[in-house]
Ligand binder design. Structure first.
Ligand code: UGA
Length: 343
């Protein structure tokens, strides 16, 4: 099988290509702005990479869509700070650029696995979000945070419409706060624009305060990347066509935790880590209003727990990595990266 991964150097793309090339004889065509997360696969005989930009290298993309069996367009802005600071860039990249890719998949009859997001559920009050029953609840227009959710939701609807017309073989996946090595970077976290786990680890490393937005009572269900990739592999294999035309939440409901508890856990782990057990001082945990941290365009999601019934029933998939282990592996990988860069 030939798989085209756009955004192959990202968090999901880099882990997915490592797994595909390690476990199968499939070919991966990958494109991204850089290749620093691809050390494990660079030079592999079944890996072909182009350093490029999806808004520029359009001919390469069209040619490779034609050549591939399945397309996974992972290029997107996915950090909440950017939704507020640069909402139009989110619309242009996450919606407009990806719409072009989807249309080419329709044109050339290619299967697409598209990353939707847990964010499409927005402030849904359900205890566990269901792909086929939950309402998608967004805030008012001046709350610009929702442009990401709304862009992704519209693309989900476009894909669904092409699929229901019989013009597109698709699967929509909804990752729920996947974490692990290579999630964002400590460098972007320095500027405060990473997702929460990287942000907190960076704060610990650089002795900055850990900021709990609005007190840290909001919760997330963190999912270890290897579990997410296992689900993606099942979707790629698509035995019996069971993943076709489906939406799957890919998350770990057992790993639900408040952001305050997350901060306490990471601080404790950092203090016990051999590289830091003797540090003279550690970051403090502080509280900041959302408006000060993100700006007025922010609105939060208080609880976000996935129902994974569909992935379990159709794919036979279950997450296996518990929260402590997932956080430990994530922190260890960042600290090892720092150790190597200082060596
Ligand atoms: C994320 C992003 O929108 C996407 O990456 C993705 O589609 C989705 O969730 C997902 O991974 O499922 P969110 O979970 O709100 O959204 O993003 P984080 O930046 O990781 O924030 C999580 C929570 O921690 C939020 O309530 C935020 O207010 C809080 N937070 C964040 C803090 O309390 N302090 C910080 O320094 C950063």
């Amino acid at each position: 099988m030939k798989v085209l991964i756009l955004g192959v150097n990202g968090f999901i793309g880099s882990h997915l290509s490592t797994r595909i090339l390690g476990e199968t004889d499939w070919t991966v065509y990958g494109m991204d702005l850089g290749d620093h997360k691809l050390k494990e696969v660079k030079g592999h005989k079944n890996f072909q990479f182009l350093e490029g930009d999806i808004s520029i290298n359009k001919e390469w993309i069209e040619y490779h869509i034609k050549k591939s069996d399945v397309v996974i367009p992972l290029v997107a802005i996915a950090t909440p700070k950017t939704y507020i600071e640069n909402p139009l860039s989110v619309f242009e990249l996450d919606f407009e650029e990806n719409l072009r890719i989807i249309r080419q998949c329709v044109k050339y009859h290619k299967r697409v696995i598209f990353p939707s997001t847990s964010e499409v559920y927005g402030m849904c009050p359900d205890e566990a979000f269901d792909e086929y029953a939950s309402k998608l609840v967004l805030g008012p227009i001046p709350k610009q945070r929702w442009i990401y959710s709304c862009s992704k939701q519209l693309l989900d609807r476009v894909i669904w419409a092409y699929g229901s017309r019989g013009d597109l073989d698709f699967t929509l996946i909804r990752p729920f706060n996947w974490i692990g090595p290579r999630l964002d970077s400590l460098e972007t976290a320095k500027e405060g624009s990473s997702r929460v786990v990287t942000q907190f680890i960076a704060s610990l490393v650089y002795r900055q305060p850990i900021v709990l937005v609005d007190g840290g009572m909001q919760s997330r269900s963190f999912t270890y990347i290897d579990d997410g990739i296992s689900a993606l592999m099942k979707i790629l294999k698509n035995e019996g066509g069971k993943a076709s035309g489906q939406i799957f939440n890919i998350g770990n409901p057992a790993n639900n935790i408040t952001i305050g508890e997350l901060a306490d856990t990471l601080l404790k782990m950092f203090k016990q880590h051999p590289d830091h057990i003797k540090d003279p001082a550690y970051s403090e945990i502080v509280i900041q209003p959302a408006g000060d941290f993100y700006g007025e365009g922010y609105q939060d999601i208080q609880t976000r727990v996935p129902s994974i019934r569909n992935a379990h029933e159709l794919l036979g998939w279950e997450p296996t990595v518990g929260l402590e282990e997932a956080l430990k592996r994530t922190m260890d990988s960042f600290l090892e990266e720092i150790r190597n860069s200082n060596a």
